[in-house]
Design a protein around this ligand. Structure first.
Ligand code: SF4
Ligand code: SF3
Length: 532
């Protein structure tokens, strides 16, 4: 196997025998084959559409399949083989309808055959001998995986844009073809543009369905009683859980990226949405083991379930682990049943609260106050400290940076990296909290809208704002967000805890020269440079 798609990749170069994430060689091969199958489907979709043949069945399926290849989503060989089968059946149907004849390759008929086929083929673009051209194709592939994940969520809540699907097919179909460095770079930036649209759709899906997030204190300690934990990013799944547990005496808690759910009127209305439990994904083995109720994993980041909770964790959507109960469709009754069987928390515990819900509507609602504070010198600078968390010790940089920031600065944060500092008491500046949680990773859309609105108010460009971006990345959604920021021309982003293994030295030089993209350094040096 060879996989280099996430930040924790082995030795900073690539996982070759087993993934640091726990991905085994057969799963890696099946994910490569699945990506190849999507690329083949995408080529057929493009030809069929040129012939005027309807191909909408391929769009969401391709997104879901790509979602299953993201880091920490699906580790189940049977589930991945199932996706490969569905993709190739969809392609065969489409080819028949478009009068295209059979595809030039056939998926192996059984699991073992698929694994060796995936091993032989690798992921699309992996056969490119030139390191820089391969690097750009990997950036594109991983970015497209992130876009597909956001598009899948948005579509689930009824928000779709054909242009997003068309680009996903265009990019997947292009991988492995001969193109110049400039052409691949242009396509990677286009991926960033399309991701902005996908995040916009998801924002519309979330706010349209559940209302605009409102600043909301969230309880961190448990209440006495039966309990159920929901992790991942899928708000619709959380809504279903809340509906199906209503009136049953079960308290529902959020975990990881689900924290910002508490701020949506359509979700906070449930009195049994009791609070937030635990921190970011890499701590789940300890946190889940100590949770006295069942756990639902709606998306990434899933780690190998441990004995204490292997029988009480459930997956849904594109998530999977061999032997773990997978909930299909809208019926979560096995999960609810489990919650009623398990002991729940014996006693209430007070661990204070954290604030969330500072998405674009809430921040722009007090824009005059914020702008006034900047003009009066009360706010010297904003720091967007956002992105993913992970296990590397170097990630302590982000909490140290936040704690070292002077009191006339404001921290905007989003995604699971915030759990390193989300409960630090930073106080406020004239009533404006110094730590503003904007939401999940996809709520980078909110941060962008706030930055654009501030630039408008101050009649300057985003790069001229008193704003520094210090990002932490882990998986492929973060890759797509980084591409969005580069597409928008955002400069001088600091990225850590380490730079992607799939960015070659020459490509990195181009990104450094063009955008000033740079790795994080020490807290002291970076802070001095950003405040200068
Ligand atoms: Fe390694 Fe990350 Fe790939 Fe897992 S997803 S195999 S940790 S590079
Ligand atoms: Fe976290 Fe997995 Fe990226 Fe949505 S949940 S930010 S790492």
């Amino acid at each position: 196997m060879f996989c280099n798609q996430c930040e924790q990749t082995s030795k900073g170069t690539g996982c070759v025998t087993v993934g640091v994430c726990g991905k085994k060689a057969d799963v890696a091969a099946l994910q490569d084959l699945l990506s190849q199958a999507v690329a083949s489907l995408s080529r057929t979709v493009r030809t069929a559409r040129e012939r005027g043949v309807e191909a909408s069945g391929a769009d969401r399926l391709a997104c879901e399949a790509l979602f299953a290849t993201l880091t920490n989503v699906n580790f189940d060989p049977q589930a991945l083989a199932g996706y490969v089968g569905r993709i190739s059946e969809e392609e065969a149907r489409l080819r028949e309808r478009a009068g295209l004849g059979p595809a030039s390759w056939q998926v192996a008929p059984d699991l073992a055959g698929m694994v060796s086929q995936g091993e032989r083929m690798g992921y699309p673009g992996s056969q490119e001998p030139d390191a820089d051209l391969r690097s750009l194709q990997e950036i594109l592939l991983y970015g497209v995986r992130g876009v597909a994940a956001y598009a899948f969520h948005a579509a689930d809540l009824g928000q779709e844009d054909q242009a997003v699907y068309d680009f996903i097919h265009q990019a997947m179909a292009a991988l492995g073809s001969e193109r110049s460095l400039q052409e691949w770079l242009a396509m990677a930036l286009k991926c960033g543009e399309v991701n902005l649209r996908a995040m916009e759709l998801l924002d519309a899906a979330h706010t349209g369905t559940f209302g605009h997030p409102e600043p909301t204190p969230v309880r961190l300690g448990p209440l006495a009683g039966k309990c159920l934990l929901v992790s991942g990013h899928d708000l619709r799944d959380l809504d279903r859980v809340l509906q199906q547990t209503a009136g049953k005496g079960i308290f529902v808690y959020t975990h990881g990226e689900m924290l910002p759910a508490h701020a949506y009127p359509g979700l906070k209305k449930y009195p049994h949405l009791a609070g937030h439990y635990g921190t970011a994904w890499q701590n789940q083995k300890q946190e889940f083991a100590a949770f006295p109720g069942p756990i639902l994993m709606t998306t990434n980041c899933l780690q190998e379930p441990q004995a204490p909770y292997a029988g009480s964790i459930f997956t849904t959507g594109p998530v999977g682990w061999p032997g773990v109960s997978h909930l299909v469709g809208q019926d979560f009754s096995p999960l609810v049943h489990k919650a009623l069987q398990m002991p729940g928390f014996a006693a209430e515990e007070d661990k204070g609260t954290v604030l969330t819900g500072f998405a674009r509507n809430a921040v722009l609602g007090v824009a005059d106050q914020v702008i006034g504070a900047v003009r009066a010198g009360a706010i010297r600078r904003f720091f967007l400290v956002g992105g993913c968390d992970g296990a590397k010790p170097g990630r302590s940089y982000y909490a140290q940076l936040v704690d070292a920031l002077p009191p006339d600065t404001v921290v905007l944060t989003l995604a699971c990296g915030k759990f390193r500092f989300f409960d630090h008491q930073l106080g406020d500046i004239g009533g404006i909290p110094r730590l503003l949680d904007m939401g999940q990773c996809n709520d980078a859309y909110s941060a962008i809208q706030v930055a654009l609105a501030l630039a408008d108010a101050f009649q300057c460009g985003v790069n001229d704002l008193p704003l520094s971006m210090v990002l932490s990345w882990f998986e492929q959604k973060a890759v797509s967000i980084l591409l969005t920021l580069l597409y928008l021309g955002v400069k001088n982003i600091r990225l850590g805890p380490s730079l992607p293994a799939f960015v070659s030295p020459n490509v990195l030089q181009v990104l450094a020269d063009t955008y000033g993209l740079r790795p994080i350094g020490t807290v002291e040096e970076d802070l001095a440079a950003m405040l200068a």
